[in-house]
Design a protein around this ligand. Structure first.
Ligand SMILES: Nc1nc2c(ncn2[C@@H]2O[C@H](COP(=O)(O)OP(=O)(O)OP(=O)(O)O)[C@@H](O)[C@H]2O)c(=O)[nH]1
Ligand SMILES: [Mg+2]
Length: 441
């Protein structure tokens, strides 16, 4: 990505009532004034003031933000024109004709990074913020955008650099009676502990950011669609007493305990000669294999309870067995499934909160279910993991009196930690990170 030219792109989804077109670069003020015409041109005299004029023949609001006080740190102009592909397209066409080029995905945020407006962790938080599907995810992204994680990571980086210079001073002045720090091994161990603690938040981070695939599976009539409707709080799927009601998979989104969940209700599993039902059952198996958690529904009012248990596909991921219809099961002696089990009634809502407790436990796989304020993503966890290996070796070398190796290991460790917020980073990694963004951000 070239930083010296002028870029433009719609920054809001086309099709809404208004489209925001964002321009960034050294000549965007001139370019915008050639395309947009108001009573007075955009200039330093009306910086950050919204002015009404026209662009491509239609009423358009325009605002100029002068470098470095803008999102990207460059000169920025934003135009607000009528929504709809044709209207925004006409303005974009004029801007491209006047000297802008279409921005690449994430290019505005990339410029913000190059101009020191954001570090890499904050840039990733911008992408997370847009993708947030729950309040928890939004809160986590906002926290990271405010720089709280960057502060912790940069603090670690500084500490590793200090330890490295301590090792180097022993190399440079081996015979002198300098006031050396005796606590280097303890300090390395301390840094390692903080890093381990951060890595332990990765699981929660991925659950919160990416959400969870939950599959409702079981025999026909066990109450899968009833449970889906109960979780959603409205009638999404058809429920009937006829086995085989759901023929295709039904997908819905929900938030359970602050976690974004994509729920798939599936066609009941049984031997069938009906070709359409067979296709539905094949889809059920595909969904089950792709899930992270499976609620396997069992009918507690069935005549043969052991047959319910025998039907469980134990290869399904993250199974919680759910005895449903407990409202009419009386005191039936329910056989043990050997798996985490909850007794509910999808019809009355009995024990749904207990089912959510079990879901939360399953999602965090036995780790603490307390959602951390900040949590690292897979990229950060991987870099922290790599730095750990070097810190281990640095400590051993230091204890052996091999300060040169210790200093080199600490340098490697600091490079990996520095890559997290972008203090040390290679261009191909930057490309990868910013291409996760949409155009216009
Ligand atoms: N008493 C009682 N009836 C229930 C409960 N849950 C579901 N049912 C009834 O069981 C029947 C089947 O429910 P569905 O939700 O359609 O079952 P399903 O598992 O989606 O069935 P298929 O789509 O055929 O695979 C309906 O008549 C529901 O009203 C429950 O907790 N208690
Ligand atoms: Mg159904």
């Amino acid at each position: 990505m070239n930083q010296s030219d002028n870029i433009a792109a719609p920054a809001s989804a086309i099709g809404g009532a208004v489209t925001v077109i964002r321009l960034s670069g050294p000549q965007v003020l001139d370019i915008a004034n050639r395309v947009w015409h108001g009573k007075t041109p955009l200039s330093a005299a009306n910086v950050r003031r919204m002015l009404l004029g026209k662009a491509a023949g239609d009423p358009t609001l325009a605002v100029y933000m002068k470098a470095p006080c803008s999102y990207t740190g460059d000169d920025v102009v934003e135009l607000q024109c009528h929504g709809g592909a044709a209207s925004a397209g006409a303005v974009m066409k004029e801007l491209l004709g006047a000297g802008c080029r279409l921005a690449e995905p994430g290019e505005f945020t990339f410029r913000a990074f190059l101009n020191g407006k954001l570090d890499l962790l904050q840039a990733e938080a911008v992408a997370d913020l847009i993708a947030s599907s729950s309040e928890t995810a939004l809160h986590m992204a906002q926290k990271q955008l405010s720089g709280s994680l960057s502060k912790r990571i940069n603090g670690l980086y500084e500490r590793i650099i200090e330890l490295r210079s301590e090792c180097e001073s022993r190399l440079d002045f081996p015979d002198e009676e300098l006031d050396f720090d005796d606590l280097v091994p303890e300090k390395i161990a301390d840094v390692r502990n903080i890093i381990r603690e951060l890595i332990s938040t990765a699981k929660a981070g991925s659950v919160i950011r990416d959400g969870v695939q939950l599959v409702l599976a079981g025999k026909p009539n066990s109450g899968k669609s009833s449970l889906l409707n109960r979780i959603l709080g409205f009638d999404r799927a058809i429920v009937s007493a006829i086995p085989g009601t759901t023929r295709d998979t039904v997908e819905s989104s929900a938030v359970i305990r602050g976690i974004g969940v994509n729920i798939t209700d599936t066609a009941g599993l049984r031997e069938s000669s009906d070709p359409v039902e067979k296709m539905g059952i094949e889809r059920s198996f595909r969904s089950i294999r792709a899930g992270m958690v499976t609620f396997w529904l069992l009918d507690a009012s069935a005549a043969d309870l052991q047959a319910e248990v025998d039907a469980i596909d134990r290869l399904a991921p993250g199974i919680i067995t759910v005895w449903n219809k407990c409202d009419i099961a009386g005191n039936a002696d329910l056989p043990d499934t050997g798996l985490p089990t909850i007794k509910i009634s999808a019809l009355s809502g009995m024990n749904i909160e207990e089912l959510f407790d079990a879901f939360e436990k399953q999602v965090f796989a036995g780790e603490s279910t307390v959602i951390p304020e900040t949590a690292v993503n897979a990229r950060t966890a991987d870099l922290l993991d790599r730095s750990l290996a070097h810190l281990d070796r640095a400590e051993n070398s230091f204890n052996d009196g091999d300060y040169e190796i210790a200093a080199a290991e600490l340098a490697d460790a600091s490079n990996f930690v520095g890559e997290i917020s972008g203090l040390t980073v290679s261009p191909d990694i930057l490309d990868k990170i910013f291409h996760r963004f949409c155009i216009g951000k």
